[in-house]
Design a protein around this ligand. Structure first.
Ligand code: HPA
Length: 270
């Protein structure tokens, strides 16, 4: 495992013109943030030794190195989802490679379904915490020396980065929500009863990604900041709302300018 991570990192180090301390994982429909990056250098996942290759519509599969918000940054355009059939080790492989390359702060974005009934489609939710309901844990098995066997998760999402993001949002006039993201394996969207249950469990939003990458990032000591775009909202069972991939893409695309500004300004400030 360690060897494969190091081989991928060695390959990238030899090709990247800078080694950024920050990385961003671009979720559904948020890939256009890379158009705001300057001095771009792109590396296809398919060319990186041991890197899994992305398959889902709307996720293209490239690492992009460049500048955003005045900082060097490494962006992952396209992520690996557990529902695609990847193991948790594969889903989180890129995060470990990032660590090996010296990344210290991880920004994550995703599309999520709102379980908090006060949320609306298009809302941006700063992730304050998560609930891990994936059936396999990414740290299961021999502990890698990146971090402790039993990692602390009391501040999975950096309070300092959340505070900075709130300030950016206020200054830029971008309304933001905050809340708990629940990670569920998918690929089905939830039944009305499941949305209700997740809300009862303390979740404000549910999605099929992010939690594995954040766990691995925390294990290796990175600070993490995450935002969800609320692409659909569960309502009372009497009026179930259908969720579809198209609807998710459209809502995520519409939120893109706000998300881009928020991330860019936040990165500028750290
Ligand atoms: N559930 C799970 N994942 C999602 C949803 C949802 O409702 N919307 C966008 N991603």
């Amino acid at each position: 495992m360690l060897e494969r991570i190091q081989e991928a990192a060695d390959f990238l180090r030899a090709r990247m013109h800078v080694c950024p301390q920050s990385a961003i994982i671009l979720g559904t429909g948020l890939g256009s943030l890379v158009q705001d990056m300057t001095d771009r250098q792109e590396i296809n996942y398919a060319d990186i030794p041991h890197f899994p290759v992305s398959t889902v519509e709307g996720h293209s599969g490239k690492l992009i190195v460049g500048r955003l918000g005045g900082k060097d940054i490494l962006a992952m355009q396209g992520r690996f989802h557990y529902y695609e059939g990847y193991s948790m080790k594969e889903v989180t492989f890129p995060v470990r490679v990032m660590r090996e390359l010296g990344v210290r702060i991880l920004f994550v974005s995703n599309a999520a379904g709102g379980t908090n009934p006060t949320f609306q489609v298009g809302d941006l939710m700063l992730i304050t915490d998560h609930i891990n309901l994936f059936p396999e844990h990414p740290l299961r098995g021999k502990n890698l020396d990146y971090g402790p066997r039993f990692p602390d998760m009391s501040e999975a999402y950096s309070k300092e980065l959340i505070a900075a993001a709130r300030q950016v949002a206020a200054e830029q006039g971008i309304p933001v929500r905050q809340g708990v993201y629940l990670g569920s394996q998918g690929p089905t969207f939830e039944t009305p009863a499941e949305y209700r249950m997740f809300h009862l469990l303390g979740a404000d939003a549910v999605g099929m990604s992010t939690v594995p990458e954040v766990i691995v990032a925390r294990h290796c000591g990175m600070r993490v900041f995450g935002v969800s775009v609320i692409t659909n909202v569960a309502t009372a069972a009497e009026a179930p709302v259908e969720a579809s991939h198209t609807e998710v893409q459209l809502a995520a695309d519409a939120a893109q300018p706000r998300m881009t500004t928020l991330m860019k300004e936040l990165i500028n400030r750290i």
